[in-house]
Design a protein around this ligand. Structure first.
Ligand code: FA5
Length: 333
């Protein structure tokens, strides 16, 4: 085969093997040199080496010609492979996902396992077993989306308003000691504004064991706040009410954006404190209902809003930015 007749890369490789390869024509000649007279050996050897260099140069030139011809063919078809490619923008995590992972990491290091639960929940778990019977005023605070169907005559189905139902589901199935965090989406029938969405993510915290006290609640949440917002943060427990804890508290951290008394501060509005979660000691009736002796076992629980914590961390003033799918907002993180 002549080199000029070689029409593509595969044929070129075939030519190379045939002529220059290990058992190619030229290699045969070089191998034959061993049996020649010294003078003849030198002359043939030199000639063969010259021929080898020329053949290799011809091979390179032909290879170059072939790829140029291929490019020209593609250009003639309207494809210009020499144009720079379209830049690929690397994706990134949503700021709320980042905060969520940070929260789970912090509690993970303290020994809490992360578990998930259903977003479509029974009335009984979202309310009833959390000591919020029908007609209880706490239901007004947590109105939600209801389903028409009933399954097996069980209590009506709804979109859960908080992650607290997993407190009940978990202790129904597991004995103390319990140390879990439950991340997940929650839904509320809500008129949205800068700090309220109809869908938001919470992380529930639950610890039940012998001898757990309010000091454990405060210490754990304080350590969490420091890791999340900085080592100099102070936390404040304020009295609050949730039917499934006794006593109930709200946990606030001191403002990290102003000295604590600036009425124009977008983070605390001059109050000096930012509420980040509801918490309390698990109600003894809930521990008893799961089959454990409330004189022996005590525990604490907390529920925090992941969007709110993200807002505080990055100084975001409107919660609705998170789910508006505006890339100009999301690309900043
Ligand atoms: C609860 O949901 C309780 N389950 C919390 C709890 C758990 C108390 C365990 C005691 C023991 P609350 O409705 O306050 O409580 O909501 C908890 C957090 O979720 C709030 O502090 C806030 O950060 C966030 N949150 C509540 N509603 C919204 C909303 N509409 N939009 C955004 N975040 C919200």
């Amino acid at each position: 085969m002549r080199l000029e007749q070689v029409g593509d890369e595969a044929a070129l490789e075939e030519w190379r093997t045939q002529v220059l390869g290990r058992s190619g024509e030229l290699t045969q000649v070089l191998r034959g040199i061993g049996g020649m007279e010294p003078d003849e050996r030198r002359a043939v050897g030199q000639a063969a080496n010259v021929a080898k260099q020329e053949l290799e140069a011809a091979l390179d030139a032909r290879s170059e010609q072939l790829s140029r011809a291929a490019l020209e063919r593609e250009a003639a078809d309207g494809l210009d492979v020499t144009l720079p490619g379209r830049p690929r923008r690397p994706g990134r995590l949503h700021p709320v996902t980042r905060t969520l992972r940070e929260i789970l990491d912090i509690f993970g290091r303290m020994g809490f396992a992360a578990i998930e639960g259903p977003e479509v929940e029974h009335d009984e778990y979202n309310f009833g077993r959390l000591r919020i019977p029908e007609h209880h005023p706490a239901r007004d605070m947590w109105d939600t989306f209801w389903f028409d169907e009933e399954i097996d005559g069980a209590t009506p189905l709804l979109l859960r308003t908080h992650t607290s139902p997993m407190q009940i589901r978990f202790i129904e199935q597991h004995d103390p000691p319990v140390r879990i965090v439950v991340p997940g989406r929650c839904y509320r029938y809500e008129a949205t504004d800068a700090t309220h969405e109809w869908m938001m993510q919470q992380v529930e915290v639950l610890a039940i064991d012998e001898g757990i006290s309010v000091a454990d609640l405060k210490g754990t949440l304080q350590e969490f706040a420091r890791q999340m917002f900085g080592p100099e943060r102070r936390v404040l427990l304020r009295n609050s009410y949730f039917p499934f804890v006794e006593p109930g508290v709200e946990l606030a951290v001191d403002c990290f954006s102003c000295p604590g008394d600036d009425p124009r501060c977008p983070v605390c509005r001059g109050s000096g404190w930012l509420e980040i979660m509801g918490a309390g000691m698990v109600h003894p009736e809930i521990i008893a209902a799961a089959g454990f002796d409330p004189e022996r076992y005590t525990g604490f629980a907390a529920g925090m809003g992941v969007e709110r914590i993200t807002m505080l961390k990055y100084g975001i003033e409107d919660i609705r930015n998170f789910y508006a799918n505006d890339l100009r907002f999301l690309r900043q993180f």
